[in-house]
Write a protein that binds this ligand. Sequence first.
Ligand SMILES: [Zn+2]
Length: 241
Amino acid sequence: MLIFNFHHVEKRILHPERKHITISPQGLSRFIRTLRLMGLTIVSMRDVLASPNPTQNSTRQVLLTFDDGYRNNLLEALPVLEAEQCPATVFVLPGRFAGTNAWDQGHLPEAERDQLLTLEEMKTLAQSPYITLGSHGMLHRDMTQLGDDDIRFELHESHRILSESFGDAYLPVFAYPWGNYSQRVVELMQDSPYQYAFTVETAQWRPGCNPYLVPRYSAYYRDGNPAVLIAKLLRHKLLFA
Ligand SMILES: [Zn+2]
């Protein structure tokens, strides 16, 4: 199975910092259509969790994910996903509802930070039959730098809030902030409510993979060009694996 990881969906790249984590709405639409034209099937996270062995016979299956929960996911990504009838999972930060990406504060001035979804906006997003939510932790902290209590807080508290706030629209899946994890973090995952945790390793999700180290390919504006996306699929042997 191929898993792609997006962040921002915006008509224009508003800041050079975001160049490698932004795709345009039109690009996202072309991305989805290109995958389907190449004979790939975009599956939902619900399908993945319902399957006893999601990686078996799944080389033609694709999963789309979005990290952080930016407001543009509601304003720009959702209309595309609905028009294309395409499922996706958004990994959100319940410790930062209505906040900004303050974890990038070393790079961006205050006024140029990105708005995260409010709780109400997230509820609107999660009402779509094409959207499921997962946890990105509470505060977007680097989990490799945290002690056990803080790791547990990021894992369990975010799960508790998201379960209570979103019911069935939330699924027990986790995406590590920046894709960072350590052996200890993966150990503590064993006692967590999560069924899968996602990294940003560039690889296919194959049988035998640790469920708490599921890899994802990063996707951004260039992949909205069908020729670039097909070349990427071929380069990584994603089409005929
Ligand atoms: Zn993130």
